[in-house]
Design a protein around this ligand. Sequence first.
Ligand code: GAF
Length: 393
Amino acid sequence: MTTPEPARRASATFVERHGGDPDGVWFAPGRVNLIGEHTDYNEGFVLPLALAQGVGVAARRRADGVLRVTSRQLEGAEGTVECAVADLAPGAVSGWGAYPAGVAWALREAGHPVTGADLVLDSDVPPGAGLSSSHALECAVAVALLGLSEPDPTTLDRTALARLVRTAENDFVGAPTGIMDQMASLHGVADHALFIDTRSLAVEPVPFDPGANGLALLVLDTRTEHALVDGEYADRRAACAAGAAALGVAALRDVAADDLATLEGRIGDPVVRRRVRHVVTEDARVLSTVERLRAGADLRSIGTLLTASHASMRDDFEITVPQVDLAVHAALAAGAHGARMTGGGFGGCVLALVEAEAIDDVAQAVRAAYAGAGFTAPVPVPARPSAGARRVS
Ligand code: GAF
C-alpha cells in the first residue's frame, strides 16, 4: 500500500519542526456515506465507505507528559495545542485542539497508558464538507497515541476504539454525533462499502466497485459549509428520541417500515412524525441497498434508493439546503442513476452514481446549474473505497 500524502507530509514537517524522526506515522481516512443518514444514533443501519483521503499523524513520545499538537493546515499559535495529558478534562481545551485532546482524554479515562507526545498533523479531507474530516483527525490521533504506548497492532480492537473516539466527540468536544464515521475510518476496506449495524456494531464489508460495472461515483463538494456542533443536529436527535418515546420503542431501529402507516398516528407532533418517517424508511433503504450489493446485482439498481434517500432528507428530515437540492436535481437531469446529499446535512457533499463515461458531463451540468443560480462552483472530490486507519511507518 502506498503511503498517503498527508502521512508523508506530516512526517517531513515533523523533522523540520522537531528535529529528528518521529517514532511512527499513522493515517486515518475520511468517509463518504453511500446511504443511511441520521440512522446511527437511532441504532439503525449505515453503509459508508472509507476514502483514500484522510489525516496523517507523525508522532514521537515525550517524557514530560505533555501533548503538543501542530497542524500543517494552521500556522502559528492558532495551529498549536499544548496540554498536560494528566490534566485533561472536558472543557479544558477548546477549538480544533479539543479533537486531539479529547481523544487523549478518552484513551486515558479508559485506562490506556497515554504518554506525552509531539504530534504533527496533515489532512487532505476538505473541512466542513460532510466527509468526516474531524473524525478522521480523531481516529488518526487515536491510533497514533495507542501505537506509541501499545505498539502491537493485534491488541487493537477497532470497534472499542471507535466507541472511545465517540466518547471524545460527545463528552469532550461536545458534538452529539453517532458512531458511523469513526467505524468507517477504523474499519475501511478497499473496494468495499461497510454495512454497519450500529446497535450490535457488527461490520460487514460488501463489495462496492462502481468501476467494475462501467460506473463511477461522482462526489461534489457543494462548498456550503456544514457544522455539527450547532443546534440542528442536536434538534434532530431530540426529535428522534421523542418519536421513539411516543412509539414505546428503545430506538427507532425497532420500528418496521411496514408498520409505519399504522403506528404514525400515535405521534402527535407532525414534525416528529416526519423525522421518524425519514429514519424508519432510511433504515429500510439501507437494507435494500445491501441486499442488492450482496447479490452482485447491477449497481444501477441502487440509484432509485439513493434518490429516495435524498427526497426523505429534504422533505421529512429537512436537512438539505438549496445548493445540495440543485446539485441532486441537475445530476439526475443529466442522466445520473441516483443522487443524494451525504453526511450530516445543511450543506457538504452530494454523491451521484453515473455511467463512467458520463462523469464529466454530469459534473459540468451541475456546474452550469450552479452558475445559473449564482452559487459558488462545486468541486469534485475523488471517492474510491479505501482501507481504514493504519500505521504507515
Ligand atoms: C455526522 C455524524 F457524525 C454521524 O454520526 C451521522 O449521524 C451523520 O452525521 C448523519 O448520518 O456525520
